[in-house]
Design a protein around this ligand. Structure first.
Ligand code: UTP
Ligand code: MN
Length: 510
């Protein structure tokens, strides 16, 4: 038998020989052995891994941070390009001095990259730098889900959200547009010169970006995140059924958190009561496997009441997101008219199976005669629609989720109202689900309108109006010059009417 002490040592070594304890998987580090030596590299690798850093033994395309000691930027670049069969190094890799890694290890997590960490490289002659033209409307650009500038876009989006909390829409859209431009860039922004000729970057956004590039953080962003109002508004609007106006009124009355709502016995509507009751679950991201499990339930319900109906997953999951705040479905039927009144039946079926914790269904109120060209396209569409909360049994979720998901909340977390299922250790969770029904003839418009992202949709409508004299909604496209509706069976046809290159859902993450 191996003595206890030795066994322990073995475990520790296994843990640090690979990346099994890695907690910061967004940052993949490669330590350059050149001028450092093998033993120091292996010491730093073990130390870093024991602190949860992902440190790869060899250089590959997944590396985001290259760390070296006593090398110039050009030396590192040359070495890496040699390893890569002469391929020019991706713009998205940070070339850093060892000080970045030691500071990160001291602070316990990857610190923001600052100028002083960066190794200086001689700029390549212009002829080899491909000319990148970034168009000004988000619907003219391809925006992938994973991009290179989250350290900037996260900050800008905090300011956008804060502006939404004070109902300053113009300011919020300005920050969202700036962030969206940075998401479309095929390289990491390292200095202000990388932003030359880019559209949509206003003074305020540029100031924030500059501060982050120089100091690693923006004071305005940090103080916004810390502010009592921002935190309270975030917590309160996190209750399903609570909008900015209500949250703001509560904040002024001294209510700062969902538990304050219970304590002060606030009058709540049915949606808000459900929002409060399932607060913890509804603020926990829905995984793709959970979305698939919900899909199966919706599919079963819809085909039970209307065979031949078509159910499509919309929203973030259609764009390839791994997690979402809800699951969105669009339902239609090839025989126009047979989709009418479908939702109440679906809802009853789901209720009978005990699958609904909450639901509110609205009728379809769209009439082309009344709502079409005369009205500006509103972003609230008027389809038959059900806002619901599903009760999702973990046993119906594909097993890989069970392994990956945070363990069901059995002990550590208290449900906000003290009566939730968390404490009883039951194996289900609440999931927000939106069901929308569209007539077959509007299906392409509804699909485009419900795929998102929200900024992409907003920009599509702005493009249609300002550049094409057309009016786009989730129901129809109206050409004001020709004074007629343009019919479409596919999203591709709508992009073509709008004079835009087709952008697939996975690149609409504006
Ligand atoms: P979501 O709010 O569900 O966003 O709206 P999302 O992109 O799926 O991201 P998650 O859920 O936060 O992960 C989905 C799409 O539906 C449209 C929105 O514009 C967005 O494109 N939508 C939403 C409407 O058209 N009308 C609405 O009333 C709500
Ligand atoms: Mn969604």
């Amino acid at each position: 038998m191996v003595p206890l002490k030795r066994r322990k040592v073995t475990t520790v070594q296994t843990a640090v020989q690979d990346n099994s304890t890695c907690t910061f998987s967004d940052v993949a580090i490669f330590i350059l052995e050149r001028k450092m030596g093998a033993s120091r590299k292996s010491f730093l690798t073990r130390l870093g891994r024991s602190k949860g850093f992902l440190i790869e033994d060899s250089y590959s395309s997944i590396i985001t941070h290259v760390v070296s000691e006593n090398n110039s930027g050009d030396e590192v670049q040359l070495w890496l390009e040699k390893q890569n069969n002469g391929e020019v190094l991706s713009e998205s890799v940070h070339l850093l001095d060892i000080s970045w890694l030691t500071e990160s290890m001291t602070s316990g997590s990857p610190v923001p990259v600052q100028d002083r960490h960066r190794l200086k490289t001689t700029p390549k002659p212009l002829s080899v730098t491909p000319l990148i033209v970034i168009k000004s409307y988000a619907c003219q650009r391809r925006t992938p889900l994973k991009h290179h500038n989250a350290f900037l876009t996260d900050a800008l989006e905090v300011l956008a959200q804060s502006a939404e909390f004070t109902e300053n829409e113009g300011r919020s859209v300005a920050f969202r547009r700036s962030a969206s431009v940075l998401k479309a860039l095929p390289y990491v922004v390292r200095g202000m010169e990388d932003l030359k000729d880019l559209p949509c970057l206003g003074k305020h956004s540029l100031k924030v970006i500059k501060e982050i590039l120089e100091d690693g953080t923006s004071r305005e962003v940090e103080s916004t995140k810390r502010s009592e109002q921002f935190q309270a508004m975030k917590a309160l609007t996190g209750v399903f059924g609570v909008g900015v106006k209500t949250a703001d009124r509560w904040f002024r009355e001294g209510i700062h958190s969902p538990s304050d709502l219970i304590r002060t016995n606030q009058k709540l509507n049915q949606a808000q009561l459900a929002g409060l009751q399932y607060y913890d679950d509804l603020n926990r991201p829905v995984t793709k496997n959970e979305a698939m499990a919900v899909s199966h339930l919706v599919e079963k319900a819809v085909t039970a009441v209307r065979p031949g109906a078509v159910i499509t997953l919309m929203g973030g999951f259609r764009r390839g997101k791994e997690v979402g705040h809800d699951v969105d479905f669009l339902i239609t039927h090839p025989e126009e008219g047979t989709e009418e009144g479908l939702l109440p039946k679906v809802v009853n079926w789901l209720k009978d199976q005990g699958l609904l914790l909450y639901q509110k269904t609205n009728n379809n109120s769209y009439l082309e005669r009344k709502d079409g060209p005369a009205r500006p396209p509103s972003n609230m569409d008027r389809f038959e629609r059900c806002f619901s909360i599903f009760k999702l049994e973990q046993s119906t979720v594909c097993s890989s989720t069970l392994l990956n998901a945070q363990t069901p909340n059995t002990d550590t977390k208290e449900s906000i109202d003290g009566t939730g299922h968390q404490q009883s250790g039951l194996s289900w969770r609440a999931v927000r689900v939106d069901l929308v029904v569209s007539p077959y003839s509007q299906f392409a418009f509804a699909t485009l309108g419900w795929t998102g992202s929200k900024l992409f949709e907003r920009e599509l409508r702005r493009w249609a109006g300002q550049e094409k004299g057309m009016s786009l909604s989730s129901h129809a496209l109206y050409d004001a010059k020709q004074q007629q509706y343009l019919r479409a069976n596919t999203e591709e046809e709508i992009f073509a009417y709008l004079g835009l290159d087709y952008i697939p859902p996975s690149e609409r993450n504006a």
